[in-house]
Design a protein. Structure first.
Length: 329
């Protein structure tokens, strides 16, 4: 009997796109975490990197990785996941030598690559692309690998998986610090964390507080006024069990955002002094890439409660579990 057949909730992912986390129930998300944990533990005990024993019956073939925006962690971990699952990556880095430079649109690019019959398509893109509509036009599953400010579901899943590996989720107080307004990662956090019992607060200057009513269209509506908010980092650090610091995303700031990195650093930057306010069993996460010296000081890396590189490791196994479940025969 294959592992997936012992874990029937995973079947919900089979042949499905992952565009929004609202698609899946809490139990289904946890089943994905259990699969990711199993793959991670198997990897530790099999340093040869051969997962053949536990792959079960997954499709063979190519997975297209289409990156219209920059990425290091997400792209490389999907690429590693594809290799570990004995699939083949078909990588498009839109910045280097693609026909986008001849004026082809991202949608046309996706439709053309989908015609090459990959088993799944992993896409990172800007807000203007309509992945919901594209998913109706192609026959294989699409995985959202970071979609403008709309969402980054696999990052939110790996962040939650990182907490799930270490502590009960129910009752955990999470504070997200920084540029929530422009963060696709935070958009996806709001879709899933509270459903699994995590209490969320935001912290930062008012200019980074979400101002629209629903943060993500078509998903769980969250009025800004409902979001617990700390203007004072020290108060927030006293309240929370877990901090997720976010990258200040200057590339997404419009002209009305007055952001001064030195002001942000002095009021909301986390250094070893601030870490003293975090609970002894607290955790600090950051999805990366980090603007060292703005949202975090590099010296905090010596603190044993920091999980930034562990998140990256967890992300590989979470993405393997996701691809494996989607491509189950
Ligand atoms: N966290 C994250 O999405 O990083 P990359 O942009 O490097 O993929």
């Amino acid at each position: 009997m294959s592992y997936t057949s012992k874990n029937p909730k995973l079947k919900v992912f089979k042949n499905k796109s992952l565009l929004h986390l609202s698609q899946f129930s809490e139990d289904e998300i946890v089943s994905l975490f259990e699969e990711a944990k199993r793959l991670q533990e198997y990897s530790k005990s099999h340093p040869d990197g051969d997962f053949a024993d536990i792959l079960g019956s997954i499709k063979k073939g190519v997975v297209a990785l289409l990156f219209f925006e920059n990425s290091t962690r997400t792209r490389m971990s999907f690429e590693s996941a594809v290799h570990n699952l004995a699939l083949k990556p078909l990588l498009l880095d839109a910045h280097s030598g693609s026909s986008l430079h001849k004026g082809e649109t991202p949608e046309d690019t996706i439709l053309n690559i989908a015609s090459m019959d990959p088993k799944a398509v992993v896409i990172r893109c800007g807000d203007r692309l309509d992945l919901d509509s594209i998913s109706q036009k192609i026959k294989m599953p699409i995985i959202n690998a970071g979609w403008g400010a709309k969402g980054h579901p696999t990052q939110a899943l790996l962040d939650l998986f990182t907490l799930w590996r270490e502590r009960p989720l129910k009752g955990t107080r999470l504070m997200i610090v920084g540029d929530i307004l422009h963060s696709r990662v935070a958009s996806s956090h709001f879709e899933i964390f509270e459903r699994l019992g995590v209490e969320i607060a935001g912290c930062g200057p008012q200019v980074f507080k979400p101002v629209q009513e629903p943060i993500v269209e078509g998903t769980k509506t969250r009025a800004t006024s409902e979001l617990k908010w700390f203007n004072d980092l020290n108060e927030g650090l006293n309240w929370c069990d877990v901090v997720i610091a976010l990258r200040v995303q200057t590339e997404r700031h419009s002209a009305h955002v007055n952001f001064f990195s030195e002001d942000f650093r002095s009021q909301y930057g986390i250094n070893l002094e601030k870490m003293k306010l975090l609970k002894p069993d607290g955790l600090l996460l950051h999805p990366g890439p980090v603007n060292w010296g703005i949202e975090l000081d590099r010296e905090i890396l010596s603190d044993p409660r920091v999980r930034i590189l562990q998140q990256v490791n967890n992300g590989l196994y979470l993405r393997m579990a996701l691809l494996k479940s989607i491509l189950e025969c």
